[in-house]
Design a protein around this ligand. Structure first.
Ligand SMILES: [Zn+2]
Ligand SMILES: [Zn+2]
Length: 87
C-alpha cells in the first residue's frame, strides 16, 4: 500500500496580539496624543504684544500625535521580546 503524503507546508502563522501584549500606553496604536499641544498640532503663545501666535507644535511637528515612547511606536507591550527575536 502506498500512501501519498504530499502536504504543502504553507501554513504561515499570523500572530494576533492579545490585549495583554499590546502596549497599554497607546493601546497598540504606536502613537500617543501629543502632550505638548494636546493633539491640536499647534503651539499657541502670546508674543510681546499679547498677540496670539500659532506655530506648528515643535514636539509633534504639527501631527498632533507622537510616537509612543513606551513601545517606540511598535504598539506592543513587550518590545524587548520582539527585538530579541527569540525564535
Ligand atoms: Zn504637538
Ligand atoms: Zn505604546
Amino acid at each position: 500500500m502506498q500512501g501519498e503524503n504530499a502536504s504543502a507546508a504553507t501554513s504561515e502563522k499570523k500572530r494576533q496580539w492579545t490585549a495583554d501584549e499590546l502596549c497599554r500606553y497607546c493601546k497598540g496604536r504606536g502613537e500617543q496624543v501629543c502632550s505638548f499641544c494636546e493633539g491640536t498640532g499647534l503651539f499657541v503663545f502670546d508674543d510681546s504684544n499679547m498677540v496670539e501666535q500659532a506655530h506648528e507644535c515643535p514636539n509633534c511637528l504639527g501631527d498632533g500625535t507622537v510616537k509612543c515612547p513606551a513601545c517606540i511606536g511598535l504598539g506592543l507591550a513587550d518590545i524587548n521580546g520582539i527585538l530579541r527575536d527569540g525564535e
